[in-house]
Design a protein around this ligand. Structure first.
Ligand SMILES: Cc1cc2nc3c(=O)[nH]c(=O)nc-3n(C[C@H](O)[C@H](O)[C@H](O)COP(=O)(O)O)c2cc1C
Length: 266
């Protein structure tokens, strides 16, 4: 399966079949997470814990056997770096048949922070259960998906723009970027907010966050969403043969109600 196919096939998994992760999967995921990097160059410390042994659970998750969490210093760009790396790890998990869902709200944060040893000067933006997807979703998961409209994504022209926010970009005009932009559009986000907006200007693809709020608990959870979108873009762009490089240089476009995040140069 290509990365774009993997991204098209992914969904949040909240109902697992209770089988513990096989040792091969656990070892591969641990190694992958330890070697994972992000374009911000920010160090993130990942750890996977047995849910029963560490007494970890979430009211919306059923049948999980492990949890993965990451810790990062609350520096500029940390939430985007975290989202980028976490999504990379979770897409790798999916390529091995392991399901997941980032959770930032529906967890006992203090209990997780204690179990993963979050220290002073560190934050743990979100965690994810890991396991094998159950055949049938729990009733709660079905209702949650309905509540957040989890199967819906915004249309292309509401997310992507040509040179400025005045000119929506048509999918038919997106050329070589079509696959990479579709990968951005399909990204998961907290409460399915889909806050990413993208302006394409010559050889530059600028990412913005719509409706950015000031940081709560050291980070803005929707900046994790932006990191996920950056990960999807870079992965799908490279796969379609584009040699993209990352930079943070505000292009000075009128941002309307958006905040500049980062750019990929094609
Ligand atoms: C940063 C982040 C935080 C999230 N927090 C939660 C959460 O606390 N509880 C939950 O059930 N789902 C959570 N989700 C999952 C989203 O609700 C889900 O990704 C979105 O509704 C789209 O559905 P999909 O992932 O199946 O495509 C979170 C997702 C992201 C990216």
């Amino acid at each position: 399966m290509t990365s774009l196919e993997l991204i098209k096939s992914r969904r949040s998994v909240r109902t697992f079949d209770a089988r513990p992760l096989e040792k091969d999967d656990l070892d591969a995921l641990t190694n992958y997470a330890n070697d994972c990097e992000n374009p911000y160059g920010i160090k993130i410390e990942w750890e996977i814990k047995n849910a029963a042994e560490a007494k970890l659970s979430s009211p919306v998750i059923v049948g999980e056997s492990f949890y993965i969490a990451g810790k990062v210093a609350p520096v500029d760009g940390c939430a985007e770096a975290f989202g980028y790396e976490f999504e990379k790890i979770l897409l790798y998990a999916l390529s091995r048949g392991v399901g997941s869902v980032m959770i930032a709200g529906t967890l006992d944060r203090q209990a997780f922070e204690r179990a993963f040893g979050v220290r002073e000067g560190e934050i743990m933006p979100c965690v994810s259960p890991l396991g094998y997807t159950a055949e049938k979703m729990s009733l709660r998961e079905t209702l949650m998906r309905k509540g957040t409209g989890a199967d819906r994504r915004l249309p292309f022209e509401e997310i992507f723009f040509d040179s400025s926010f005045d000119a929506p970009l048509k999918e038919s005009a997106s050329g070589a970027l079509q696959g990479a932009l579709e990968a951005v559009r399909l990204s998961p986000s907290a409460v399915n907010k889909q806050p990413w907006r993208v302006v394409i200007q010559n050889d530059r693809v600028h990412f913005f966050e719509k409706g950015a709020k000031s940081a709560k608990n050291g980070f803005d959870i929707h900046k994790v969403d932006l990191g996920i979108a950056l990960c999807h873009f870079e992965t799908a762009a490279r796969e379609s043969g584009l040699d993209v490089t990352f930079e943070r240089r505000d292009p000075g476009i009128d941002p309307r109600d958006c905040e500049y995040i980062a750019t990929y140069v094609i």
